[in-house]
Design a protein around this ligand. Structure first.
Ligand code: LAC
Ligand code: ZN
Length: 490
């Protein structure tokens, strides 16, 4: 890669190869400090070769690249403590990183320094069958935890699209969600306790391994979604539930996208409780079909789909519930096409594969900006109409999809044929307008991807100065010298 230099917290933007340098007050790891860091940890735990630095320099957010000066791969909590004590003493920036699947630039070391990856902290320490809890290290891949729990008839429900690669620590940092959040909650609702190494290397547990907690401020919840700016999570205790034995998946095509959005609150008002309720615009499913080489055919004139999953212990109950779904949709007079019912494992897997690939498929088609809007679910139709109106005003094409049951709409704004100059001039104003709309509908600017680096310029739309002031006060209490993932959120 052209233009990489070591040791300065360089920012390299691939698009157009423009390179700008962020100068800052953090200590650069010179040779002496790097050697001291090598001496602190066992062989293989500290890397400074170009390959390792490049791997840690990006995530799945657009085309941003920031090089760290060194990568550390601790194997124990004591290693993490040693790194933090070292960074605290020398005022070196530390950015914790899971699998790098984030979508807000949160794991990017914008001030260089140390990237602390959790790849070697990847053990499932305990599955406590008597209490329906699991204790894991942050580098455990979410799907591995789910599989391990399923062997005991238990469910860890949080399932981001990237569940096969993202880690539980990354999910804690971002408060990740995914399709099943509509029934089971996001990471927030499923984590009960955290072991955290603080900026100065001290270690705390944020709560206790209990299902109720009224013992002072809730530091567990504070830590979730804090994007590595308050501490480094070294153990996560999650709650588990009985594994539903059966699922049923329906793909419902709508001739009007607005009606698909409207159907979401209608279904809940009828008393239904799906385990997933996802929305995909026609262009989203088309892109996924192309990208995955699926043979699925979508009827002419269809503008959007709802992908609905029901789960439970009895197939007969699920079938009754599915019938109720049809009845509710019919009674409302929505114009829908042929409903596809996924019954076999292969059919269900194909439908979910398409849904999980949408983000990758859409990004494959154009330069893009992905937004993670969320509104009260009844406001979804207004959000969709507003997104399209803003798009027409600025000349952007947009593709929307997401977790409709949560009112969480991912809006992919595509550059398409727009020329470079117009894209650069309009994208920021367009996003600002989109977020203003979201807030005016009672929503907020991120539901599950976080603020990180790329949403930071828009935080003032969602939060008042008083609110931001309180957040900054919390940051200072936890991280007085500002070494933990600097440059994020505010
Ligand atoms: C999804 C990711 C992008 O829902 O959040 O596919
Ligand atoms: Zn999502």
């Amino acid at each position: 890669m052209k233009g990489i230099e070591e040791g300065t917290g360089l920012m390299l933007k691939e698009a157009g190869n423009s390179v700008s340098v962020i100068t800052d007050a953090y200590t650069v790891l010179n040779k002496e400090l790097t050697m001291a860091l090598y001496a602190l940890l066992p062989a293989g735990c500290v890397l400074a070769d170009e390959e390792a630095l490049k791997r840690a320099s990006r995530d799945e957010t657009e085309d941003l690249i920031f090089l760290p000066e060194v990568v550390v791969r601790p194997e124990t909590v004591e290693h993490v403590q040693a790194v933090m004590r070292f960074a605290y003493t020398h005022r070196i920036a530390v950015t914790a990183r899971g699998a790098g699947t984030g979508l807000s630039g949160s794991a990017l070391p914008v001030h260089g320094g140390i990237v602390l990856t959790t790849e070697r902290l990847n053990r499932i320490l305990d599955i406590d069958l008597a209490n329906h809890q699991a204790t894991v290290e942050p580098g455990v891949v979410v799907e591995s935890l789910q599989n391990a729990c399923a062997e005991h008839g238990l469910l860890y429900p949080v399932d981001p699209a990237s569940k096969g690669s993202c880690t539980i620590g990354g999910n804690v940092a971002q408060s990740s969600g995914g399709p099943r959040a509509v029934k089971y909650g996001t990471t927030r609702e499923n984590v009960i306790n955290l072991q955290v190494v603080l900026a100065n290397g001290e270690m705390i547990w944020t709560g206790a391994n209990v299902l109720k907690y009224a013992t002072g401020y809730n530091l567990t919840q504070l830590m979730i979604g804090s994007e590595g700016t308050l501490g480094v999570v070294t153990k996560v205790v999650v709650k588990l539930r009985p594994l539903p034995l059966h699922t049923l998946v329906l793909l419902v095509p709508f001739f009007e996208a607005r009606q698909a959005c409207d159907a979401v609150s209608t279904l809940f008002m009828a008393g239904l409780n799906p385990s997933c309720l996802e929305f995909m615009e026609r262009d989203a499913i088309d892109a996924a079909i192309d990208y995955t080489g699926s043979k699925m055919k979508i009827e002419e004139g269809i503008k959007a789909h709802l992908l609905i999953e029901l789960d439970g212990q009895e197939p007969a109950t699920l079938e009754q519930e599915a019938t109720l779904f049809y009845e509710v949709l019919e009674a409302k007079g929505y114009t829908i096409g042929q409903i596809l019912l996924g019954q076999t494992d292969a059919q269900k897997a194909e439908l979910w594969h398409l849904r999980r690939q949408v983000a990758y498929a859409v990004k494959h088609t154009s330069i893009f900006k992905e937004e993670d809007t969320v509104v009260p679910r009844a406001a979804l139709p207004d959000l969709l109409v507003g997104v399209k109106a803003i798009g027409s005003r600025y000349g952007f094409r947009s593709i929307c999809y997401g977790h409709a049951g949560d009112g969480n709409l991912h809006v992919n704004i595509l550059k398409g044929d727009l020329d470079e100059q117009a894209w650069k001039e309009r994208i920021g104003v367009g996003i600002r307008e989109l977020f203003q709309l979201v807030v005016s509908l009672g929503g907020t600017i991120s539901g599950e991807h976080g603020i990180g680096l790329v949403q930071r310029p828009y935080l003032d739309i969602a939060l008042s100065q008083t609110h931001i002031g309180l957040l900054k006060g919390i940051k200072t209490a936890f991280d007085p010298t500002g070494i933990l993932n600097p440059g994020k959120i505010f």
